[in-house]
Ligand binder design. Structure first.
Ligand code: SF4
Ligand code: SF4
Length: 81
């Protein structure tokens, strides 16, 4: 029984370690509001509806963004990094 508990503890520790590493390496895109001209191209390109407009600028809702990068390539102002 002690052996099983030890194995389960090690497995749990490994899972926590993997989750922490994935979080640490996850990149999150942001829009440079100074460069945004509100053209709407990133909004149309985002497959996860993660881009919203506030005023005349686009913003990425981080909780929805999967960092797929599709918005980056369509921005004519190169304002998404
Ligand atoms: S990186 Fe992908 S999911 Fe995130 S805002 Fe851009 S298109 Fe949407
Ligand atoms: S594609 Fe670029 S310029 Fe156009 S709304 Fe998005 S961030 Fe702004």
């Amino acid at each position: 029984m002690k052996k099983i508990n030890l194995i389960l503890s090690i497995a749990l520790l490994l899972l926590l370690l993997i989750a922490a590493c994935q979080k640490a390496t996850a990149y999150s895109y942001k829009i440079d509001s100074d460069g945004c001209i509100a053209c709407g191209k990133c909004f149309e390109a985002c497959p996860h509806n993660a881009i919203i407009y506030q005023g005349d600028k686009a913003f990425i809702v981080q909780s929805k963004c999967t960092a797929c990068g599709q918005c980056v390539s369509v921005c004519p102002e190169n304002s998404i990094h």
